[in-house]
Design a protein around this ligand. Sequence first.
Ligand SMILES: Nc1ncnc2c1ncn2[C@@H]1O[C@H](COP(=O)(O)OP(=O)(O)OP(=O)(O)O)[C@@H](O)[C@H]1O
Ligand SMILES: [Mg+2]
Ligand SMILES: [Zn+2]
Ligand SMILES: [Zn+2]
Length: 633
Amino acid sequence: MGLDIIRRLEEYRADEKRLAWSGTFADYFELVRQDPRIARLAHARIFDMIVDAGVTSEGSEQRRHEFFSDELFGIDPALDQIVEYFHSAAQRLEVRKRILLLMGPVGGGKSTIVAMLKRGLERYTRADGGAVYAIAGCPMHEEPLHLIPHELRGDVEKEYGIYIEGELCPRCRYRLEHDYDGRAEAVRVERIVFSEKARRGIGTFTPSDPKSQDISEIVGGIDLSTIGEVGTESDPRGYRFDGELNIANRGIMEFIEMLKVDERFLYVLLTLSQEQNIKTGRFSLIYADEVVVSHTNEHEYQSFVGNKKSEALQDRIILVKVPYNLQVSKEVRIYEKLLKQSNLQNVHIAPHALHTAAMFAVLSRLEPSKKAGMSLMKKLKLYDGESVDGFTPKDVRDLRDEAVREGMDGISPRYVINRLSSALVKEDVTCINAIDALRSLRGGLGQHTSIGRDQHERLLNLIGEARRDYDEIAKREVQRAFVYAFDESAKTLLDNYLDNVEAFCNKTKIKDPITEEELEPDENLMRSIEEQIGIVENGKRAFREEILIRISSLARRGQTFDYTSHERLKEAIEKKLFADLRDVVKITTSSKTPDADQLRRINDVVDRLIQDQGYCSVCANELLRYVGSLLSR
Ligand SMILES: Nc1ncnc2c1ncn2[C@@H]1O[C@H](COP(=O)(O)OP(=O)(O)OP(=O)(O)O)[C@@H](O)[C@H]1O
Ligand SMILES: [Mg+2]
Ligand SMILES: [Zn+2]
Ligand SMILES: [Zn+2]
């Protein structure tokens, strides 16, 4: 361990050294000449960052961007649109001049998308492929190529294929003249790494009270510490270029709830997006190259669109809808991710608990279909790639087309996690199962102020739906554990049955294997199996003879009869075994004390659940009790 940390520290220092490149503009120009990608604009850098992480697409399936795939699940169409925006913007198409606005329901992942882009840039600018260089000392860490006068840019582009856009900021213009005597080639350039904390390349603006919020927060303001010395506001030394828009230059600017801010702010954003300029104090426009991304909810967006005054800005927005995920299996992954990040790792989550909660959440987001025979639950299963009687995966497209607003409403992953947490923090809880989860989800609905009465009613019904689905799963789960030794039990039961059938048909007796006593064929045993498939008293002889004939015809071909050899008999044997199970499980819920044999079987089932099916002893016993109560209804 000790050694490891020393090695890591050394690596870290080596990395810092590698990142600490500094040189003159002449040195920098040489770097760019060799690799013009270094001087990419902001959108192109982000696009490369996403693409470098990898893109997969199988056949006609939805493209998947690895960049997002560890943290965001089930919203690929939205992510694809976002990547498309960066793709066009990277080619310097007109969309570059638009603000990216993510619209979606609460807790649907909008902030997560933006956070991933920001964290991604912090990493990417440390990597070789994402290196960024800036004029040393520039408050906006601007592109050093701005030092090349316009007159020469045409030639540079022709000769080296290097595209240059933008003007020196007032501070750099001043310093070029006063500190460098106009010698652009001597200007210091350094490599920079984006960092939100250090306010480099990544900015965030959170609206507060619109009346008191100062525009200098985004565009900078007079520097009270130097204004006295330099005397005039129009001297760049007397101004702080440290607004969020300034510091986000070259990178990304997140405008939280853009549509809530005061119009003055929107106007600045409009100029930035349209002309790539920040209007700052006494200075003329200051060039900035950054991605502006914001988020909003549907309601706010609708009122924004309805407002005539906002028309100009509406034109400058690229809207991407970010609806909730609609696939149960993906929803489970969201919960797993969130639980891993929480402090609840020590609590056991029973199998199917997350799945059941996810079913409820996804159901709440679905819109009813007009297709005949299509229930919400069937839709949920089709969406998750399961096969559903009477429908094909092709129907999924129709269903999606039919419900354009689907996913814009419903229960958020955040709500589900909060409810699971509140169920988990109760004292003495060491495990939470599907029923606990549903109970807690239901309990929270009352406290949820935004849920109206109809809505409440609807959600309660959906909890019922999820529960019915879980009931089936629970029964199957217990059966699975019970019939672990299924083949063994089936074989024993079959042999027993066949011995009796043979004796019955041949009018002979059976020898008890232990006492060697001669016994009449066990009519009770045979009937208990035959009744499972509805063979009546009158039909029993024909059925038994049919079985014997099958045995001998197989024997002639050198084959042996096993319990799968006869379809109906197989069904009868399985049903009989399950009926026995029912009795055993029932005993666990009744006050009756199980006999030794039953107790052994119950313990076997519990062990099986624990060893193979992911249960702990709490939820395994709970499951048996629950299934027992279901079966005795
Ligand atoms: N599709 C998803 N995949 C993975 N995680 C998700 C998904 N949707 C939501 N989450 C998780 O749920 C939580 C809430 O999401 P986030 O804060 O990004 O939503 P938001 O859309 O910004 O919500 P709000 O409108 O309330 O600001 C986050 O932890 C996020 O990671
Ligand atoms: Mg958010
Ligand atoms: Zn500058
Ligand atoms: Zn458990």
